[in-house]
Design a protein around this ligand. Structure first.
Ligand code: FES
Length: 100
């Protein structure tokens, strides 16, 4: 189900943007004009990934510095072991939609 999440201009390059969609806490990331949507809570312990840091296609958790691939959600660096769930993104006009 596609759900409108935010505007294109809300998401800055290299900075995770927090959205709440149907009660789920998600992040949207823009990297080289590509948009990615992932779960916004770290799979290690409870940390809000919109407070994390993006480098290239990687997001780093602000709490214990686990790293995840923004495109696939896979763990790049522990202590997290479980990947982040990812969601398809589409742009219509100036709005971002997530298939949740
Ligand atoms: S809560 Fe994210 S690495 Fe521990």
């Amino acid at each position: 189900m596609w759900v409108e999440a935010c505007g294109v201009s809300d998401v800055e390059e290299g900075r995770p943007y927090h959205v709440e969609v149907n009660g789920a806490q998600l992040i949207i990331a823009k990297v080289s004009d590509n948009y990615y949507a992932l779960d916004g809570i770290c799979t290690h312990e409870y940390a809000e990934l919109w407070l994390g840091f993006i480098t290239d296609e990687t997001i780093t958790c602000p709490l214990h510095l686990s790293q995840f691939n923004l495109k696939t959600g896979e763990v790049i660096s522990p202590p997290a072991e479980q990947p982040l769930r990812t969601y398809p993104v589409k742009i219509e006009g100036q709005r971002i939609y997530i298939d949740i």
